[in-house]
Design a protein. Structure first.
Length: 565
């Protein structure tokens, strides 16, 4: 290893996984190789929880001069689709990681895994069980009491080989037989109580077609695939810790390459659901607008919402690696997002709840162009021209007819600054027959032009605006957190996770007024709407010249303020 590589390693925080890898390299274990893998199941879209594992596996390989495979654990054809495979690859590349030519599938190894099962049968370590799945479940007992051996446990090797071959040949219906490991029905580890290794599924596979009608269970395929690929460090989340003895047992009995499994705490985030099964229900029941709904914690949904891979990677790295599960505050993720968007997004004017303002002493036929800063955090972003005329729109929330004390925005007789423009004073309030305010008559002070004015007067409030003659109408979607409780996965009192959905997770505003430069914004373009938050052009509903904007995140953590009240 070069001095430069050593320096890079020394700069990284040494968590227990990196410490173990360093120890293995120092002892020349596996000839000093570091080979990891990211092994998703193609039965759903990747979510934010997966970003931690993706970052960890690919980053470890890069840090230690190794390799990282992408391997799909496609052992259950009833739940897997090519759509999921494509989405997973797209999301990993979006995060900035590349597996080069190392794209593999557990199905690539079905022949080898079948032969591994035959080896176990010949050694008397596996048997065909003709019990029903309910009988098998019942016979395994409880963690505090031993299980009961199957009446088929002592079939002869020859009978087991014959039945297993006939299972492979499609002679039986689903559920008639399974192949089980013969280990220990009294083991305190339930995973060691003769676990099922193969089951019959007369279904077509998205890659192998109708070649197979028996499929290995996840535990049978996962560790063995690692071995075939000669993975040195099998990085898994904590739920696989109790499966490690089974993986080790299989490796020992089959006599194959032994990967080192290391478990870490999975990423759990407040106000977020990580169960793919439950996320699928949200999609199937039409509660959300598909897997890429901006409220979903899927990477595709977050991309559509306006998240950046840099923000997600920064968050995943900042969370670190731990041995105990914990609930991470979603505000940390949103902080990473705001921090990055603040640096990269141009500012724009948008009025979401418009109220008309007429400046009575400004020439009615005049239009001027004012200079506006694109991004104060980026000196190279430059300036743009904003059209200004006698008719404007401001946000209705920036006016109050009868304001309380210390209200500094626009009110009758009060003066505010229009950002990048002039001071205006409200002189008259117009209402409709229902008493609703529909227009404000104001005057402006020409000596207060932003940047060039000669007035030394000051005001306490600056508000945003758009020119009524030049603005265009657009739809803006205000997305918010999908769930109303901190831990939706742990609902109580018989409540379902659907019972804690946030009823205000989406508000669609159809008559927003946006500055003209936004009309040609492209899909996934990101902006900060002055004083309102960060927004992204929706990739699903936008069209040329008719962008739809999704709110990515507010400028501040409004939930924190609400919860303090």
């Amino acid at each position: 290893m070069s001095n430069k590589e050593t320096e890079i390693l020394d700069e990284k925080p040494i968590d227990f996984i990196r410490a173990k890898i360093k120890e293995d390299i120092a002892n020349n274990k596996n000839e000093g190789r570091v080979h990891t893998r990211f092994p998703p199941e193609p039965n759903g879209y990747l979510h934010i929880g997966h970003s931690k594992s993706i970052n960890l596996n690919f980053s470890l390989a890069k840090e230690f001069g190794g390799k990282c495979n992408l391997r799909f654990d496609d052992t259950n054809p009833s739940k897997e689709e090519v759509e999921y495979v494509d989405s997973i690859k797209r999301d990993i590349k979006w995060l900035g990681f590349d597996w080069a030519d190392r794209e593999y599938y557990a199905s690539d190894y079905f022949d080898e895994i079948f032969e591994y099962a035959v080896i176990l049968i010949k050694k008397g370590k596996a048997y065909v069980d003709s019990s029903s799945m309910e009988e098998i479940k019942t016979s395994r007992g409880m963690p505090t009491s031993p299980g009961v051996e199957s009446p088929f446990r002592n079939r002869s090797v020859q009978e087991n080989l014959d039945l297993f071959e006939r299972m492979k040949n499609g002679e039986f219906k689903d559920g008639e037989h399974v192949l089980r490991a013969k280990i220990d029905m009294s083991s305190p580890n339930m995973n060691m109580r003769d676990p099922v290794l193969y089951r019959i599924k007369n279904e077509s596979h998205h890659r192998t077609g109708d070649k197979w009608c028996i499929y290995p269970m996840y535990d049978m395929a996962h560790g063995q695939s690692d071995s075939i690929e000669r993975i040195t460090h099998s990085i898994c989340t904590l739920e696989f810790e109790n499966h490690r003895p089974l993986y080790d047992w299989l490796i020992k009995e089959i006599e194959i390459f032994p990967p080192q499994q290391i478990e870490f705490a999975r990423l759990n985030i407040s106000y977020t659901m990580m169960s793919k099964r439950k996320l699928l229900l949200l999609v199937q029941e039409g509660i959300v607008d598909g897997w890429d709904d901006p409220r979903m914690p899927t990477l595709s949904g977050m991309r559509r919402a306006g998240y950046t891979p840099e923000a997600i990677n920064s968050f995943a790295e900042g969370v670190g690696v731990a041995k105990r599960n914990a609930l991470v505050d979603v505000a940390k993720l949103e902080h990473s997002l705001r921090d990055h968007l603040n640096k990269i997004t141009d500012r724009r004017m948008a009025v979401l709840n418009p109220l008309k303002v007429t400046i009575t002493n400004y020439p009615g036929d005049q239009t001027e162009e004012l200079e506006a800063i694109n991004n104060p955090e980026d000196e190279t972003a430059g300036i743009r021209k904003l059209p200004f005329c006698s008719e404007l729109f401001i946000d209705r929330d920036d006016f109050m007819e009868d304001p309380p004390k210390k209200y500094f925005r626009l009110s009758p007789g009060n003066e505010v600054r229009l950002k990048y423009a002039y001071f205006i004073k409200c002189e008259e309030v117009l209402k409709n027959d229902s008493g609703e305010v529909i227009e404000l008559k104001c005057t402006y002070d020409p000596e207060t032009k932003s940047g060039t004015g000669t007035s030394t007067r000051k005001v306490k409030s600056t508000i945003h605006w758009v020119s009524a003659r030049h603005a265009f109408d657009a739809e803006v979607r205000l997305y918010d957190r999908l769930f109303s409780v901190e831990d939706p996965a742990s609902t109580k009192d018989g409540k379902d996770f659907r019972d804690v959905l946030n009823p205000n997770s989406l508000e669609i505003l159809s008559a927003c007024k946006l500055e003209p430069s936004l009309q040609e914004a492209k899909s996934e373009d990101k902006f900060q709407f002055e004083r309102l938050g960060y927004f992204c052009v929706d990739s699903k509903y936008s069209s040329q010249g008719k962008p739809v904007f999704n709110r990515t995140v507010t400028l501040r953590d409004t939930w924190a303020r609400i919860n303090k009240k």
